[in-house]
Design a protein around this ligand. Structure first.
Ligand code: C2E
Ligand code: MG
Ligand code: MG
Ligand code: MG
Length: 283
């Protein structure tokens, strides 16, 4: 019986493997097709509001890419970013997202402070990354570069051979700000804080969701907020989904929040509407 069960498990395992390989190839093909299409159609860049914790007013946005299939389905980045990274297609994809984000920032000028863009390890390590970034900014000469924020995750430090600190300093010399994304989920968070010239800490949503009912989470957030403040950095709480957590964050003095409570990622037109409403409410 044990042997048969083992045999069955093996069968299931190899089926899983087949599914994984097929999904992987599908992701790759879809990405390749999308990159040869009209990019704003095939790889739309959506925006999620970031709000001031005290007022709930929109102060910024995170650019989040989607992939539109020929069947008009929208795929989450989790389905195609890994394939993009491994194949190198992330370079073209990343440039598209950056150009679109900066274009929107310029277009929506004066209505809010910043847009942040995710940059993955492979992108950051690319020799052409900084020249590309400088080129994108030079297309918008009147834009203040500090209104662009680059989000990097802790894995970026571990998975590339380049001198990340050096690269980030070069990026900062352009005026662009740096955010540590998903902060606290890696295993070298404090090393990061010590060595990386970042401006913003984004508290991962695993510490944020359910915060108001969990004293340990509260302590952790409180400590990270204090640490960030002492290092001259600002903080954003990710994944704020309910009022009680927002209240708790406000009480802890967290400067900014992002999460479904304030708005999901939406297409640019819808984001512009939300931005407009937020400005009206402030008057
Ligand atoms: P991230 O940078 O940590 O982005 C936040 C993710 O959390 C987004 O998922 C967002 O929709 C989701 N989120 C925001 N608020 C809430 C909330 O209140 N509750 C919950 N449950 N989730 C929330 P999304 O858009 O699926 O993106 C997933 C990840 O894909 C991002 O995580 C980022 O690492 C990556 N990604 C997205 N766009 C890009 C891109 O243009 N380039 C690169 N390299 N990576 C990207
Ligand atoms: Mg992010
Ligand atoms: Mg994040
Ligand atoms: Mg996250």
């Amino acid at each position: 019986v044990a042997k048969r069960a083992g045999g069955n498990r093996l069968q299931i395992f190899s089926d899983d493997m087949r599914v994984a390989v097929r999904e992987r190839l599908t992701a790759e093909t879809r990405l390749r097709d999308a990159l040869s299409g009209e990019l704003n159609e095939t790889l739309p860049v959506w925006f999620q509001p970031i709000v001031a914790a005290d007022t709930g007013r929109i102060i910024g946005a995170e650019a989040l890419v989607r992939l539109r299939t020929p069947q008009d389905d929208l795929l989450s980045p989790f389905h195609f970013i890994p394939a993009a990274e491994e194949t190198g297609m992330i370079v073209a994809l990343g440039e598209h997202v950056l150009r679109e984000a900066v274009r929107r920032l310029d277009l929506w000028n004066d209505h809010f402070e910043y847009i942040s863009v995710n940059v993955s390890p492979r992108q950051l390590a690319e020799p052409d990354f900084v020249p590309m970034l400088a080129n994108v900014l030079s297309s918008h000469p009147s834009l203040d570069a500090s209104r662009l924020v680059i989000e990097i995750t802790e894995t970026a430090l571990l998975s590339t051979s380049i001198d990340v600190r050096e690269r980030l300093l070069t990026i900062k010399s352009l005026g662009v700000r740096i955010a540590l994304d998903d902060f606290g989920t890696g295993y070298s968070s404090l090393t990061w804080l010590q060595s990386v010239p970042a401006d913003v800490v984004k508290l991962d949503r695993s510490f944020v969701a359910g915060l108001s009912a969990d004293p340990r989470k509260t302590s952790i957030i409180q400590a990270v907020l204090w640490l960030a403040r002492s290092l001259g950095m600002t903080a954003i709480a990710e994944g704020v989904e309910d009022q009680a957590d927002w209240d708790a964050l406000r009480e802890l003095g967290c400067p900014s929040c992002q999460g479904y409570l304030f708005g999901k990622p939406t297409p640019p037109a819808e984001f512009a509407t939300a931005l407009h409403a937020s400005l009206q409410a402030a008057r």
